[in-house]
Design a protein around this ligand. Structure first.
Ligand code: ATP
Length: 324
């Protein structure tokens, strides 16, 4: 075919998508399954720390990574194992696209911090390539692809607040009008998610009795918008395992509580600690008060819930002779 049909949308040489980090308000870990995964009941909340992925047509799939706001990106692979590259390749393969892209990832989310930064990159890459290649796959189809890449990818696409079951990939939204304010204390070193799950299994070798009613308590607090009630309801079954592997984490939570946080919890598999504040101004004050202890480079304030992966910018090539 030569030329473009009349009224065709303009060519899109680059698309930028933003996707959020998550914190688990509840992380209930069931026994290890035969496939090595654990059945989870979790409540995700998307928070206002974001990744940005820009995709541009290229000869081959390549990736560059940039840290934003002091994010240390040394642990991020720059080869085909990068989750954003894997996402772009998977979508191309399934949609029969023969073009490749360069991906530029701007990371605000701590790497290996238990906040699903890599999953957010994959979610953003799926949405960006879907727009660039004009596939119009729809959120559900992208989420199904995303689940093949990682359990947290579907949530990166949907965002907001959701109950996750299975490996965390089956999502049901939780409606809440309230906004919650967080201070995140970054760990000094990353924790590997499989190592934390293995430690949890080891600790449970002598038995495990799940506490009933935890999901209901979180859902009630979210619906009422009561930050005190949410603080009381936060719980994470991986926390003791994270404490065993990174012994400073319990003290970090205690310091946060003494400085005025309503509650503190290890985020996902850690080592980031999430401190819940009574309001956004209180979160900013809390971060200021904690700065002499942890250093500003280890502190981030954020609010949640926020939306999932969204196109920020699609830059068109001006048509020669056309108006700009
Ligand atoms: P989760 O909570 O989803 O288990 P996490 O938030 O603890 O993960 P990530 O930042 O998502 O951690 O990264 C986990 C590991 O994945 C990193 O140590 C890194 O080696 C690998 N990885 C692959 N692609 C990426 C990416 N685009 N960004 C960050 N890490 C990546």
């Amino acid at each position: 075919m030569s030329g473009s049909p009349r009224n065709a949308p303009p060519e899109l040489p680059s698309v930028t998508v933003r996707a959020p980090a998550k914190v688990n308000l509840l992380l209930q870990v069931g026994p290890r399954r035969d496939d090595g995964f654990h059945d989870l009941v979790t409540v995700f909340q998307a928070v206002s720390l974001h990744e940005e992925v820009t995709v541009t047509p290229a000869e081959e799939f390549t990736v560059t990574v940039e840290g934003v706001g002091g994010t240390d990106v040394r642990g991020v692979p720059l080869d085909d194992s990068n989750l954003a590259v894997r996402a772009a390749r998977l979508l191309a393969e399934r949609a029969g696209v023969t073009e490749a892209v360069h991906l530029h990832v701007r990371k605000e989310v701590p790497v290996a911090g238990g906040m699903a930064g890599g999953s957010a990159d994959a979610a953003a890459a799926l949405v960006a390539c879907d727009a660039l290649w004009r596939l119009r796959s729809g959120l559900d189809a992208l989420a199904e692809l995303g689940a093949e890449l990682g359990s947290d990818v579907p949530f990166g696409l949907h965002g907001r607040t959701a109950v996750g079951t299975g490996r965390g990939e089956h999502l049901a939204p939780v409606l809440t009008n309230a906004s919650f304010a967080w201070v995140f204390v970054l760990g000094e070193e990353g924790l590997s998610t499989p190592t934390v799950f293995a430690e949890c299994d080891r600790q449970r070798a002598s038995g495990y009795e799940p506490r009933p009613g935890r999901l209901e308590a979180v859902e009630t607090a979210l619906r009422s918008g009561d930050a005190d009630a949410l603080g009381a309801a936060l719980s994470n079954d991986l926390q003791d395992a994270a404490f065993a592997l990174a012994p400073g984490l319990a003290a970090t939570i205690a310091v946060g509580r003494r400085a005025g946080a309503l509650a503190g919890i290890v985020s996902g598999s850690g080592p980031t600690v999430a401190l819940l504040a009574p309001s956004a101004p209180a979160a900013r004050r809390l971060a200021l008060d904690l700065a002499p202890v942890f250093g500003t480079e280890r502190l981030r304030t954020a609010t949640g819930p926020v939306p999932g992966a969204r196109v920020l910018e699609a830059v068109s090539t001006p048509t020669p002779g056309g108006r700009s």
